[in-house]
Structures are given as structure tokens and as C-alpha cells.
Design a protein around this ligand. Structure first.
Ligand SMILES: Nc1ncnc2c1ncn2[C@@H]1O[C@H](COP(=O)(O)OP(=O)(O)OP(=O)(O)O)[C@@H](O)[C@H]1O
Length: 429
């Protein structure tokens, strides 16, 4: 890490007789953008207030630029840290320019003298946040997104090394959320250090260099987004059943909170043949139900491959645009053989996955998902039609929404089936 601009050491903060933060040690590197994340009531706002010097710790201390911030006078503290508050609803009836000028208060002399530097700091802040066209409007009359920029401008006019933002994207539409965080990132690239409480984990992961995950007043994890946003950490802090993957477009760590409960108590192995996203929902529901799920063969980079990875499933993969080599064929065949049930998703059928379908057609218990007519999905001619006929005749054909129920019926039927098989085997011997 670069030299820390902010150093919180073993911080404890009590408010109203309650310990709100305890044992919190955090370093914020100079020139970095750090996101504070954590559930409601975790202590994010309280930590920001300790960073700004607004709260005095019961134990430990906060240093900003080497100074104990709570020991500085309010003007000196305000020359180090500027806060963009969470609640952007402002009740005072100033115009936008006056609001931004307030940022200069800590720099004015005792007599309120206003010099060229003060005036140019305000103009720079107005230009940087692109609020010039709003400058003469009443701050109460601009939209929430515009007001957010005005308050960032006020913080910029304050000309501090440290910018503290409390949920800067909270009531903003998606476009303004992105614009706001882009602006903060640019300010950091230009030399500011920013700490922001952010509820949206994916925005935090995308924009922040480092995250600090707080839960119940303690730091649960800290580090780069990929180190902090793990499924275990999210489960521990938020009690959320979340899947962590990479966003296919941005490449950032991406968190998806899943609504259904974590693994149910279904037992058995299920192998799924899919591709192009046709298997994603089946993979999720089957693994959430508790089945031991494998999938493949799929191309690397296929959306079903990504889903399987994010769910931690066993995926047989081959490089993009290549057909199954003998190792992949063997891998699929062994999974089909071990499976208590095989599911064939509503896949497109081309030469690439014909081998998958042939392998699936050997399964003892088979569920074939049919949503679109076969003819619309077949790019492999009559050969595919023969394989598909065999699949249909051997398997249970279902709608996409009935896969879990059909698999459960097949797997539970297996107990009787196996017994039956066992009897016939023994009677044969
Ligand atoms: N002045 C106070 N007196 C007593 N308790 C307080 C006071 N201020 C905050 N708290 C409590 O401290 C805890 C942490 O609050 P804080 O606002 O720091 O959490 P947060 O992580 O920012 O939450 P949110 O995401 O909901 O904004 C909460 O339980 C809150 O009720």
C-alpha cells in the first residue's frame, strides 16, 4: 500500500452507552478509493464520522495525514477531510454557488476575508463537477443527482486531501450512480483519497481499489474487492446466499444474491447437458436443491460454464469452437454413467454437442427439456434427428419449469428401480 493517509488504530466508539465500533483498525492508502461495505447498522457512517473528526473515539485513534483528527480544531480538521453527507435533502435556501462557497469556510481568515484563491477554488470545483449551469438556481430546486454533484463540488472547494462520502449513490438513478462514482474515481486518479460507504456491492467492486467489510461494528475483511467479496464473507456479514463471479463485460467481481435457500437435502448426482445459457437455471435449482451437479461438455467462456463456475459445480470444458476430444468424451461418459439422472437442456444442436447428446442417450434416467421445437434448434441434420429421437424415446420430456420435479421423480424412482435391477440381477445369477 502507498503511505496511509488515514490510519485508524484499534478504534472503539461508544454512542448513547452502546459500543458501535470495536477493535477497528483500517489504513487508507494515499491516492486510493476505499469502499466501506456492510449491512445496515454495521457502523459505516460511524467510521466515516470518526475519520472526519466529528466523533471522538472511546479508545484508539484516527490519524489523517499524521494528525490525530479528533484533537484538531474543527477548521483544521475540515482542511484535511471533506464530507459529502448521506442525506442530500438540504433545507436551507441558498443558491448552488453559495452552497459551494461554504466549502471555503475552513480556509477563510478569522475576519471572513475572501481572496483570489478562495474564488478560484470555487470556480474549479464548479467546472470539475459540471454544475455551472445550475450555479444560480436554489439548491432546494435541483434534482437529487444534481444536488449530489453540488455537494461534491462543495467538498472539492474545501480542497482537502481526503474526501468522505456517505452512500453517494443512495437515491440516484443508475446513470447518476455511475456518473458520481466515475467522478470520484477521476478525482482519486488526480490525487485525492476517497472513502465511501457504498451499499451496492457491485458498484463498490467496480470502482474501489480496496474494500473494508464491516459487520456489527467490526472489520470482517479488508483488501482488494476480489479478496473481500467472497461467498463466505458475504454469508457471514449479510447472512446472504450469494454467488460471486466475474462480470462478463467489465471483468469486475460480481455478486448475485440468490433468493432460494442454500443447498436443500436432495441426494444424488445429476449431469446436465446444456450450452449458451440453456442450462443456467437448471444448474442453479438442482444444486440449490442439494444435488451433486456436473455439466458438460461446454465451451470455455460459455455462459453456462460461467454459471457452473460461480456455483462451484463440476464442469467438463473444451476450448471455444473445438469439438470434444477423446478425453472430454471420456469425462462426459463417466459423469453420465455415475449420474442418477441426466438432464438435456433445450440446447441448440450442432456438430459440437452431438457427442454430448449421444452420451446422454445412454443414461438410465433421463429428463429432456423441450421448450422450442427440435427443428428450430437443429443445425446438425438427420444424424442429430436420430440421436434426438432416441433421447425423447428414452427420457421424460418436460417443460423448462418442470426440471427439478422431473429429476426428483427420476432419482427417487431410482431407489425402487435399483431394487428392481438388483432383484433381476440376482434372479439372473
Ligand atoms: N447517536 C447514536 N446513539 C446510539 N446509537 C447510535 C447513534 N448513532 C448510530 N447509532 C447506532 O450505531 C449503529 C451503526 O450505525 P451506522 O449509521 O454507523 O451504521 P451504517 O453501517 O452506516 O448503517 P446504514 O447502512 O443503515 O446506513 C446502528 O445500530 C445505529 O443505530
Amino acid at each position: 500500500m502507498t503511505d496511509p493517509l488515514v490510519r485508524a488504530s484499534d478504534l472503539r466508539i461508544d454512542l448513547g452507552g452502546t459500543t458501535i465500533l470495536d477493535g477497528v483498525s483500517v489504513d487508507v492508502g494515499s491516492g486510493t478509493f476505499v469502499g466501506l461495505i456492510g449491512p445496515n447498522g454495521a457502523g459505516k457512517t460511524t467510521l466515516l464520522r470518526a475519520f472526519s473528526g466529528a466523533l471522538s473515539p472511546t479508545r484508539g485513534h484516527v490519524e489523517v495525514a499524521g494528525e490525530r483528527i479528533d484533537r484538531l480544531g474543527s477548521k483544521a480538521a475540515s482542511r484535511l477531510a471533506a464530507t459529502v453527507p448521506q442525506d442530500t435533502s438540504v433545507s436551507f435556501d441558498f443558491d448552488v454557488r453559495e452552497t459551494i462557497r461554504m466549502g471555503r469556510t475552513p480556509h477563510l481568515s478569522r475576519f471572513g476575508g475572501w481572496d483570489d484563491e478562495d474564488a478560484s477554488a470555487v470556480e474549479r470545483a464548479i467546472a470539475r463537477t459540471e454544475v455551472a449551469e445550475l450555479a444560480d438556481r436554489a439548491v432546494t430546486d435541483v434534482s437529487g443527482g444534481e444536488r449530489q454533484r453540488v455537494l461534491i463540488a462543495r467538498a472539492l472547494a474545501q480542497a482537502t486531501p481526503l474526501l468522505l462520502l456517505d452512500e453517494p449513490t443512495a437515491s440516484l438513478d443508475i446513470n447518476h450512480q455511475v456518473r458520481t462514482l466515475e467522478l470520484v474515481s477521476e478525482l482519486v486518479a488526480e490525487g485525492k483519497t476517497a472513502v465511501a460507504a457504498i451499499h451496492d456491492l457491485n458498484l463498490a467492486a467496480h470502482y474501489c481499489d480496496e474494500l473494508v467489510l464491516l459487520s456489527e461494528g467490526r472489520v470482517v475483511a479488508t483488501g482488494p474487492p476480489e479478496a473481500v467479496l467472497t461467498e463466505d464473507n458475504l454469508d457471514g456479514a449479510f447472512g446472504a446466499n450469494a454467488v460471486v463471479s466475474r462480470h462478463p463485460v467489465t471483468g469486475s467481481v460480481y455478486v448475485t444474491a440468490l433468493p432460494e435457500a442454500r443447498a436443500g437435502d436432495a441426494e444424488g448426482r445429476v449431469h446436465v447437458v446444456g450450452g449458451g445459457g440453456t442450462a443456467a437455471r437448471h444448474l442453479y435449482l438442482l444444486s440449490a436443491a442439494g444435488y451433486d451437479v456436473s455439466v458438460g461438455a461446454l465451451n470455455e467462456g460459455d455462459t453456462d460454464t460461467e454459471t457452473a463456475r460461480s456455483l462451484g459445480l463440476d464442469a467438463v470444458t473444451v476450448p471455444p469452437f473445438s469439438s470434444l476430444d477423446s478425453a472430454a468424451r471420456d469425462a462426459v461418459a463417466s459423469r453420465v454413467e455415475r449420474a442418477d439422472c441426466v438432464v438435456v437442456a433445450d440446447v441448440e444442436i450442432g456438430r459440437g454437442n452431438l457427442a454430448n447428446l449421444r452420451a446422454a442417450a445412454e443414461a438410465d434416467r433421463l429428463v429432456v427439456v423441450e421448450q422450442r421445437p427440435f427443428a428450430e434448434r437443429n443445425y446438425a441434420g438427420e444424424e442429430a434427428a436420430r440421436v434426438y429421437d432416441r433421447l425423447r424415446s428414452r427420457g421424460t420430456v418436460v417443460d423448462a419449469g418442470d426440471v427439478l420435479a422431473a429429476v426428483t421423480a427420476e432419482v427417487e424412482g431410482e431407489t425402487t428401480g435399483t431394487e428392481g435391477l438388483g432383484q433381476s440381477e440376482s434372479s439372473a445369477t
